[in-house]
Design a protein around this ligand. Structure first.
Ligand code: SF4
Length: 449
């Protein structure tokens, strides 16, 4: 989400006549886009800003954007007086006006008061830097207020774009040569069409049916808003990727309640049963937090058993860390760090065992891979399957006499010859299907994540 915000900010700046430079030392304006989802984000941001001190010079300006900007607000001016602009993501649509004030010499410009806006940041001037995937933010903000999460406080309330606007952007992305589109939202499936024309599942299908689209992905979904028609849409529409990332966070209903997730273990497992009953083999991945305040050994054991029951294709597990301004900050952090670390180890070990066994289902099968890059040391192509698995493969006889590698963004059928706990290994089973390759954009100025 943040990387795509940067793409939109870059596009906005280009539109204003800015040009990008390769080296931040040469930049007249440095924008630092920040994320506060992880522990110690603020310290990292101030550490980086401190490094910028050495870059101060005649007329050079600094801006801090994103969630840490929103969270720390004007404190940033105190700690880093050379910063002239501090803006949260809900204010990005006002960037042209804020940049004009910056150019006029204003020293302390803030964009921090827009979190209750109904407006989204829409721009037709996105400078897309991902070489193979076109991102579309369909919904901003979040109304869920999970007890541990900073997003509703930094990104503001939920606001959806109209289906018409999303479809216009999707067509524009296809015209640029992208064949894979990813919908983004903190809570992507909470999307509600302000024009009332489409459901989320219908929007997925409408974009999946656009000529030129080969793959549609969406992240991140919330179990509360996960409806059966999403599974039906994936089943019926080959361009919708067979992958659902549905974070459960904990397998214990008591912990889910404390987290304010508003569902139970059983509710979540019912959604898993819909996905597993699909005709397509839909891969399921999740995020999990261990050591949330009050999580008992029994609660944690329920998370471990849930992982075994669902058989995820990947789990992104983290130790709980309190984020500023969230309700969890005031809960006693009753779990010592060593216990959190041990639980994380147990969970990751269990998940690794599952993946080692579960990935075996792909052996000897042919999967279509989109080329994302190359491992030159191994002479392999790095691809991604529709199920979102990394597939490292050689072109073999399909590389031709000179071992030609297929271009990034092309699709290659790959026969899986080996399965590893985190990836697949294979060999090309056909020539690349070069439909259209996105036009690479030269970076013109510095935006750092
Ligand atoms: S739904 Fe996601 S973004 Fe919203 S508060 Fe919960 S964890 Fe944060």
């Amino acid at each position: 989400m943040n990387a795509h915000d940067s793409e939109k900010v870059v596009g906005t700046l280009e539109r204003q006549g800015y040009a990008r430079v390769e080296d931040e030392a040469e930049a007249g304006l440095i924008l630092y886009n920040t994320c506060s989802i992880r522990d110690k984000a603020e310290q990292k941001v101030f550490h980086r800003l401190n490094e910028y001190k050495r870059l101060q010079g005649e007329g050079k300006k600094f801006a801090v954007l994103g969630c840490v900007a929103q969270q720390e607000g004007e404190k940033i001016f105190e700690k880093a007086p050379y910063v002239s602009l501090v803006a949260g993501s809900a204010s990005y649509r006002n960037l042209p006006e804020m940049l004009a004030r910056l150019e006029a010499g204003e020293q302390r410009i803030t964009g921090l008061d827009d979190r209750q806006t109904d407006l989204t940041f829409e721009t037709e001037f996105t400078s897309r830097s991902n070489p193979h995937r076109g991102y579309i933010t369909i919904i901003e903000g979040c109304d869920k207020f999970c007890a541990y999460c900073v997003v509703p406080y930094t990104r503001g309330k939920e606001r959806s774009r109209t289906s018409a606007s999303v479809l216009v952007e999707a067509r524009r992305i296809v015209d640029l040569g992208y064949t894979e589109i990813q919908f983004l939202g903190q809570n992507v499936n909470s999307w509600r069409d302000p024009s009332g024309r489409m459901s989320f599942a219908e929007l997925l299908v409408a974009v999946g049916e656009l000529p030129g689209v080969k793959r549609v992905r969406f992240t991140t979904s919330h179990p509360r808003d996960f409806t059966r028609d999403i599974v039906e849409a994936i089943d019926a529409t080959p361009t919708l990727c067979d992958h659902v990332h549905l974070p459960v966070q904990s397998g214990s209903t008591a912990v889910l309640k404390a987290m304010q997730r508003e569902y139970t273990r059983e509710w979540y497992l019912e959604r898993m049963s819909w996905i597993k009953a699909a005709k397509r083999d839909i891969s399921i991945t999740s995020d999990m937090i261990v050591g949330f305040p009050g999580e008992s050994d029994e609660d944690f054991e329920e998370t471990v058993t849930l992982v075994g029951e669902v058989k995820y294709d990947a789990v992104f597990a983290f130790k709980f860390s309190p984020r500023p301004n969230t309700p969890a900050v005031t809960m006693a952090d009753s779990i010592p760090d060593e216990v959190k670390a041990e639980r994380l180890r147990i969970l990751n070990d269990r998940q690794r065992e599952i993946q080692r066994e579960h990935y075996g289902r792909h052996l000897h099968k042919v999967v279509e891979c989109m080329v994302e890059g190359y491992n030159s040391a191994r002479g392999q192509v790095i691809g991604r399957s529709s199920q979102n698995k990394t597939v490292n493969f050689s072109m073999g006889e399909f590389g031709g006499e000179f071992g030609v590698q297929p271009p990034v963004g092309s699709y290659v059928p790959v026969k899986v010859t080996q399965t590893l706990p985190n990836s697949l290994v294979g060999e090309a089973a056909g020539l690349p299907d070069v439909l259209a390759i996105p036009v690479a954009r030269t970076p013109d100025f510095v935006v750092l994540n």
